[in-house]
Ligand binder design. Sequence first.
Ligand code: PLP
Length: 379
Amino acid sequence: MIDRKTSFETRAIHADKQRTKPSAGDPVIYPRVNSTVFRMSAGNDDDIIYTRHDNPNRRQLEAVLSSLEGGVACAAFSSGMAASTAIVQSLLPGDHVLIPENLYHGTRKLMQTIMKPWGLKSETVDMTRPELLEKAVRPETRLVWVETPSNPLLQITDIAEVAAICKRQNLLLVVDNTWPSPVNQQPLLLGADLVMHSTSKYIGGHSDLLGGAVIAKSENEFFDKIRDIQRSAGAVPSPDDCWLMLRSIRTLPYRMKGHNEHAGVIAEYLEQRSSVEKVYYPGLKGHPGHAVAKKQMCASGGMISFLVKGDRDAAARVVQGSSLIAPVTSLGGVESTWEHRIRSEGPDTATPANLIRLSVGLEHPDDLIADIELAFQQL
Ligand code: PLP
């Protein structure tokens, strides 16, 4: 019997299993169910009838993600942005949202531009200082969005402290848990109402899957709206994507152990390197969010940002100068990748022009350091 007391690693492998007693000849790995239609009974609302609405592989994926985040329900989407969009579309016109100063630029665009004609109002707050959050709350504020560590500056927000403010002020707290993954951080257990994921990153883990998810602490009217948008607007993952995502999740705890360990080694190496002006990694003692990160995270994750000594062109040359580490925009794969981040964030970004965002993979750290040395020859 798999329940909440079963260890995380075991749930990652077994939480998708059907509850019925297995018989000889049953497949150990549940197959993909590609049929879009299912025979209907005389009238059971829980029946799977059409794949946009529900699908056996999606049910399994949602069960596993709920279990790993300590939630009661999950809605899986075709991308992280589809998941975030469903959350904000569940608000009402005129509702006000508080978002961090530093966060994934796509989420900022969703809040500030895409949802503006819908009547959504948003305001940025320095979430590393929760006392500022309390002051920013307005009568029409409905939701607080937290991303910790943030993309790309790895700012740390104290989830429990923000959750206490949200509780006092009757606000919903959403945490984008993409970067740490549920292995390193479990926001629902720290008081958040919803966790959002781009499963395209660590959960998928192999740079070959796009997906998103919303996991809820309790099934309530707000989550019902998200579920309705998932099923009715239809930005859902295919059965194949759900099946592959489940396969990835089976190794997630062990992949994260490698990402955490390797990133720790690389962050310390970068900190010593004379070509580097600054390293942003919460596992480093000098990081301003180190103490909070230690309190709420099991480990510091696989993402590092750093400033090279030099200008925008110097950073652009460095990311083209490696051999193993690929210059790409996404993250969380088993292979290391990096990005001259300003290129992806558009003209209104506050990201420093010489910032490189590194997703540390599972190659041996000695090989990665040799590759970074090769790239630094471009400086
Ligand atoms: N949230 C974070 C923290 C991200 O880094 C990203 C993508 O980079 C997203 C959300 C968006 O996810 P997706 O690309 O799956 O839509």
